[in-house]
Ligand binder design. Structure first.
Ligand SMILES: [Zn+2]
Length: 227
């Protein structure tokens, strides 16, 4: 009987540890609004193009609870500083309160070195075009060997066309339109396309059977990438 109990305890321990491992082995990405996403692997908490000014340029608003739920030691990364992507006031106060780091095109060299501090993380930056913005970057994040492309606001598909083997690419629909016009097949480059920065007046649809495109029209939606 005692041996049987020991075995049971042992089995229970195994299942607990594999459960913990299972939970850690994924990157989870929450869509907050516009190009604002929250990515975590359970250890590091990365916010991209968030916080922005809620409702700026008639794009998505978000609840103030999004600001309250930002984790300790956050890493903030911005593609550019238009107010529908970035709020200097909000990000500085969050970074101060929570001991965070802020990266943007203005300290790109520091951003490229951020991988030295984060686990199994590296980032490449590509200067990309965006109207009325002198400094706009798109990013390729490699995290736990998963390649995640963050397009930001750019409408030029050449940069992404020069890459390959992307697991998830986050892009506005106008990048997809530009790629189609130029005969670039993004599906050869990216396993999954997430379309973000959908405005209230945009009516974007996709084919029902097209599982390689995810429309981020619902705030709070979560994408998981197991690794
Ligand atoms: Zn924008």
């Amino acid at each position: 009987m005692i041996r049987f109990l020991k075995t049971l305890v042992f089995l229970a321990l195994i299942s607990v540890s594999s459960l913990t491992l299972g939970q850690n082995s994924m990157i989870s990405i929450k869509f907050i609004g516009n190009c604002g996403i929250y990515m975590t692997d359970g250890n590091t908490d990365i916010y991209i193009d968030f916080p922005y000014k809620s409702g700026a340029h008639h794009y998505m608003e978000y609840d103030s609870s999004e600001l309250d739920s930002v984790k300790n030691n956050p890493v903030f990364i911005f593609t550019h500083k238009h107010s529908d992507h970035y709020s200097g006031k909000l990000v500085r106060s969050l970074a101060k309160k929570l001991d965070g780091k802020i990266y943007s095109p203005w300290n790109i060299k520091k951003l490229l070195k951020s991988g030295d501090e984060l686990t199994d993380f590296s980032i490449e930056a590509f200067k990309t075009k965006h109207r009325f913005s002198v400094n706009h970057y798109s990013y390729l994040i490699t995290w736990h060997n998963k390649r995640i492309y963050i397009s930001g606001d750019t409408g030029n598909a050449e940069t992404i066309a020069s890459l390959n083997n992307i697991d998830w690419a986050f892009m506005p629909v106008w990048l997809l339109t530009d790629a189609n016009r130029k005969g670039i097949n993004l599906k050869n480059i990216c396993n999954m396309l997430a379309i973000y920065h959908i405005g209230p007046g945009d009516h974007i649809t996709k084919k029902d059977n097209d599982d390689s495109i995810k429309l981020l029209d619902k705030q709070g939606e979560i994408i998981t990438i197991p690794y």
